[in-house]
Write a protein of this length. Structure first.
Length: 642
């Protein structure tokens, strides 16, 4: 953690403080004009949805006991959606695969600014504790024009900022099978000019569940050396002067240690990983007449040590990222205009590259949307111009349209160009890096319908979406002789559909909630790089299931709730010729929750059985997942609502 402290206090070259002065200097001149209500401090997903027609955002519930009960963001998303998680088993790093894409094609925004490791070209969601976030949302779709390089498959929005939260205190403890224990402490305080939120968390697990013995498959033994331990702090402050401006500050510090699980053929694991991460972020929101200006700056620091005694690796990697952006928006009649200036600088230093790698990428984004037909229709256009180390990247346009056909039915559609650069590990990792990799480039389209109806004692919604992506030079890591290496696939066609539905019924004092998600995704080669690869045409890409399904049923009576969950994934191929595969699986979970409310306190107790039917399955080849296991949780919430 001392590495993190040094970077936050003394950022290299003073870039952070230079950009802070520029951003706050630009906007401070407008601070004396107009007023801005606290309610307009909105999560990034809400702002994004308003500036892009045809975009469907799923808001995820973050205030229930299960969300804050010691889970990582990856564990929470996996238990509450049909998303495909990409990792190497319990305790390992995880990414999210959206719409038949790779994890590196999914973007993560923290408080409106991208968060990723430039070496990995993706965010490790196993590092993020669910307890620190106040809002979460999900967009399954491409939006490179508005969100940038990594938004090929979709975007996860996570927010820690205060949005009208009442002062209070929450303490949560969790425990479970295989040495699992977690604690999160969250305090929200202040009124008037200042408000704050402090979160401290700790989570660990031994992951010593039974697995087949590597030398005798007729017996089992506890999985050795697969622990996971994380701890951290998150702090938010917001200042609300009388002129109506909003100044917010947040800092996140995290350290995670893990022993990566052995494969089925290994007696012991020789792989370990230590991650240290920090983010410092400032934001300033103000108005100048009809113009609203939102300026943000964030600096990220990451340190990763990867050790593998069997391979003789002991590699230290450091990265720093500075991201600054300022957005001006205004509404004139039926038009809303948006302009964003962005500066991003990423630097990675690792002995594995044998040199420092630096990327500077300023960008300009401009958009306009027009509302018409008695506010029932909206059309939006946006364009993004970006440069990388002085060289211009392709222009990324996007077009979206939304129309409310009736009170029950709405239509939406969008089309955009996408472009994604290789990550630094893709290019320079040794062994396996490929310095000749080309960026991904292509087009994405989607078309959807949303239905919904509310009655006195029931409510239902249904969303149907079809999507299509055609990408040239798709980047994928494939197994080779002794190690994996990335290659470009000449052309990939990714297409499919999604279905989301929910229904809530009130029957007396009973509440019944039914939720279902289903995604079908075909991602196949459509052209070969060489004549010898013609046999791969039409084959599904590795580790991408065609079907991913989720269903939940909740029965609630007063303060008691019982929730059943089903997760299904179809077969996933592990070789490019589709000759080998991981079996499909169906996992059932059962959760129970009870809440006791008083004027000042709320007590919540939870219990869950995971993998209820003890299903034997894998999410990565030769890395078993746990059988049936149990978790319990206790949450005490003090509400200072005087």
């Amino acid at each position: 953690m001392r590495k993190i402290a040094r970077v936050l206090v003394f950022p290299k070259g003073g870039h952070l403080w230079l950009v802070v002065c520029l951003l706050f200097g630009m906007t401070s001149a407008f601070a004396q004009f107009d007023t801005l209500l606290l309610q307009e401090v909105e999560v990034a997903a809400q702002t994004f949805a308003r500036t892009a027609a045809g975009i469907h955002i799923e808001t995820k519930k973050t205030d229930d006991a299960f969300f804050s009960a010691g889970q990582t963001v990856g564990e929470w998303l996996n238990s509450r959606s049909a998303l495909v998680m990409r990792g190497n088993g319990p305790g390992s790093s995880y990414g999210v695969s959206l719409r038949g894409g790779n994890s590196s094609q999914s973007q993560l925004l923290l408080n409106g600014i991208p968060f990723d490791n430039p070496s990995l070209a993706q965010a490790d969601i196993s590092l993020l504790p669910a307890a620190i976030f106040t809002d979460a949302a999900l967009y399954r779709g491409s939006s490179g024009a508005l969100l940038g390089n990594a938004s090929v498959g979709g975007t996860i929005f996570l927010d820690t900022r205060l949005a009208g939260q009442e002062p209070g205190f929450r303490q949560t403890f969790t425990a479970g099978s295989f040495g699992a224990f977690g604690s999160s402490t969250v305090a929200t305080y202040g009124r008037g000019l200042w408000q704050g939120r402090t979160a401290v968390y700790f989570q660990e697990a031994q992951n010593d569940f039974d697995r087949p013995h590597p030398l005798d498959r007729n017996r089992s033994e506890p999985q050795p050396e697969a622990y996971f331990r994380t701890r951290g702090l998150q702090q938010n402050l917001v200042y609300l002067p009388e002129n109506g401006d909003v100044l917010d500050f947040s800092i996140w510090l995290n350290e995670t240690n893990r022993k990566l699980p052995p494969t089925l053929s290994q007696l012991r694991s020789t792989e370990s990983q230590n991650d240290q991460n920090a983010r410092l972020q400032l934001g300033y929101l103000t108005r100048f007449g009809i113009v609203k200006i939102d300026s943000r700056v964030a600096t990220d620091y990451g340190f990763l040590n990867y050790s593998n005694a069997r391979s003789g690796l002991d590699d230290d990697s450091d990265f720093t990222t500075l991201h600054a952006q300022s957005t001006a928006s205004a509404k004139t009649g039926k038009f809303t205009w948006n302009t964003t200036a962005i500066y991003r600088r990423s630097e990675a230093i690792t002995s594995n590259y044998n040199r420092r790698e630096l990327r500077e990428s300023p960008a300009l984004v401009a958009g306009v949307d027009y509302t018409f037909h008695e506010n029932k229709s909206k059309i939006a256009f946006a364009g993004r111009a970006e440069w990388l180390n002085g060289l211009a990247l392709p222009l990324l346009p996007s077009l979206g349209i939304a129309h409310r056909i009736s009170e029950l039915l709405s239509f939406r559609g969008s089309a955009s160009r996408v472009y994604r650069l290789p990550g630094l590990n893709d290019l320079f990792w040794s062994p396996g890096g490929n310095p000749d990799l080309r960026p991904e480039s292509g087009w994405s389209q989607e078309l959807g319908f949303d239905l919904g109806r509310a009655f006195a004692k029931s409510r239902w919604t249904v969303s149907v979406t079809g999507f299509n992506r055609q990408i040239e030079d798709w980047i994928i890591w494939t197994p080779g002789a002794g190690y994996w290496s990335p290659v470009n696939l000449r052309k990939v066609w990714s297409r499919g559909g999604e279905l989301h539905g929910s229904m809530t019924n009130l029957v007396g004092r009973w509440r019944l909630t039914h939720t279902a998600e289903s995604t079908f995704a075909r991602s196949t080669h459509t052209a070969s790089v060489s004549a010898g690869e013609d046999r791969l045409i039409g084959k599904q890409l590795i580790y991408i299931p065609e079907w991913s399904n989720f269903y939940s049923e909740e029965i609630a009576f007063q303060q008691y709730s019982l929730i059943g969950l089903l997760h299904h994934q179809s077969a996933r191929y592990t070789t490019t010729d589709n000759a080998r595969q991981l079996d499909p699986y169906l996992i059932a979970d059962l959760e129970a929750l009870v809440k006791f409310d008083s004027e000042k306190f709320q007590f919540s107790a939870s219990a869950a059985v995971r993998n209820l039917f003890d299903t034997d399955y894998q999410v990565a080849a030769n890395r078993p997942m746990p059988g049936r296991y149990f978790t319990i949780g206790l949450s005490i919430h003090y509400k200072h609502n005087n």
